[in-house]
Structures are given as structure tokens and as C-alpha cells.
Design a protein around this ligand. Structure first.
Ligand SMILES: [Zn+2]
Length: 248
């Protein structure tokens, strides 16, 4: 379980490695129980989503019973003791926490979700639902495929332009390797989207760990294909009594 030092002062959270061997789509298994226990909650306190590479945000409200995971790519809650989680194997897991309200969020951003600004949708929903000031948020961008290994099709340039991203951003996020292949930097793209959404740059923390480069430690779809497991990113809402207040 990996943790972000800056986020740890705000919310209990973690990113699992391939040790847990989570399978796609599974819930309530020993792996999930271990992931939940590592952040100090029971597995039935974890609210999941069925990730569909979009930008829909699930809002988990107090007292909401566990249900079949709805289609969404982000989940947010301000219900103390409730956890939200996403899974990934190369796609980008992003955890968000607000030291003022205790609200948290978990976001899954592959290239489609990144093009659709899913992380910005999560920040906007935290503001609308819980009164979160984005300037107070702490964000942790977890292990996922780095630009070092993420060559993508030329059509992605058009997809990002069609989604309305500025040519300046697109030029920052895409590059070409020595062989002329297009590379996409999902870490930079999601960090920039958080900053555009009002999160201070120095509160956006990027692990910088590439899942494919370190496929012996992490689950990587690009490295292992259909055999790849999934890694969880999980965070627990602190409610109105945050663990610690961070410097602003
Ligand atoms: Zn890499």
C-alpha cells in the first residue's frame, strides 16, 4: 500500500500494489477486505463505482445503503468513515481530500476520462455538494502509465481538440519519441486540469511511478494484457474532524 505524505495529513488513504491481486469487477473479496483494513475501515464502508471511461461523478450521501455500483468514473463523499475507491491498471487513479470539510474523492482517468475532464468534474461536484473550496484540496495522482511508456494513436490529438482542450494544453500533454510515435502524459494533463479547477499547483502531488516500467510491482494492462489485475485507490472521509489541518 502506497501513501502520499501530503495527503496522509488530511485523510486515510492508499494505493494498492499488485500484491493484492484484485480482479476486475470484484467486490467483497479478501483483497478488498485487506485494502479497506489498511485505511481503517470495513469493506462494507467502501462505496464502489462501475467505471466506464466517462466523467460522471457518484455522490455518496450519509446513510446511503450499499448497492450495485452505478456507472461513474469518480465518487465523492463527506460522510465520515465512508470510503470511496476506484481501480486501475495503467489508467490514472486520483485521490482528493479537503481538510476543511473532510470531504474526499476518488477518480479514474484513462485517456477518455482525461479528455472528458473527469477530475475537474469531481472537483466541481465537491464544491457544489459539500461547499469545498478547491484552493484547500490536496490531490494525489497515483501509480499509472507514464509518458515514458504511453504511446497512443494519432486520433487522440483530434479527440482532445474536439473536447475543447486548448492547443497550449494539448502541446504540453502530447509529445513524440525519437521514433516519431505520439506519447501522452496523463499525469501532466490531470495535474493541469486540477490547477485549472482551482487547486494550487503545490497541493497536487504526482507519484511519478509508471505502472508499465515497474510492472513487477504494479498491475499494468499494457504489460500484462487481459492477465492484468487491478490496483485500488481508496480514501476515507474524515467528516468534520479532520486528522490534521495542513498549512494553507
Ligand atoms: Zn514507463
Amino acid at each position: 500500500m502506497l501513501r502520499c505524505d501530503a495527503l496522509a495529513g488530511v485523510a486515510r488513504h492508499g494505493f494498492t500494489s499488485r500484491q493484492l491481486q484484485l480482479r476486475p469487477g470484484e467486490i467483497g473479496t479478501a483483497g478488498w477486505a485487506a485494502a479497506a483494513a489498511s485505511v481503517g475501515c470495513a469493506v462494507d464502508a467502501v462505496r464502489r463505482i462501475r467505471q466506464v471511461h466517462g466523467a460522471i461523478v457518484r455522490v455518496v450521501r450519509p446513510g446511503e445503503p450499499a448497492s450495485a455500483p452505478p456507472d461513474a468514473d469518480a465518487a465523492i463523499t463527506a460522510d465520515a468513515g465512508t470510503a470511496v475507491a476506484v481501480v486501475a491498471a495503467d489508467c490514472v487513479p486520483i485521490l482528493l481530500a479537503d481538510p476543511e470539510t473532510g470531504a474526499v474523492g476518488a477518480v479514474h482517468a484513462g485517456w477518455r476520462g482525461t479528455a472528458a475532464r473527469v477530475v475537474a468534474s469531481a472537483v466541481a461536484a465537491m464544491r457544489a455538494e459539500f461547499g469545498v473550496d478547491p484552493a484547500h484540496l490536496v490531490a494525489a495522482i497515483g501509480p499509472s502509465i507514464g509518458a515514458c511508456c504511453y504511446d497512443v494513436g494519432e486520433e487522440l490529438l483530434g479527440a482532445f481538440a474536439d473536447a475543447g482542450h486548448s492547443s497550449i494544453d494539448v502541446a504540453e500533454w502530447f509529445s513524440r519519441d525519437a521514433a516519431g510515435r505520439l506519447r501522452l502524459d496523463l499525469w501532466q494533463a490531470n495535474a493541469d486540469q486540477l490547477v485549472h479547477a482551482g487547486v494550487p499547483r503545490d497541493r497536487v502531488h504526482v507519484s511519478g511511478l509508471c505502472t508499465k516500467t515497474h510492472a513487477h510491482v504494479f498491475e499494468s494492462f499494457r504489460a500484462d494484457g487481459d492477465q492484468a489485475g487491478r490496483m485500488a485507490a481508496i480514501v476515507v472521509a474524515a467528516g468534520s474532524t479532520p486528522i490534521a489541518r495542513t498549512n494553507r
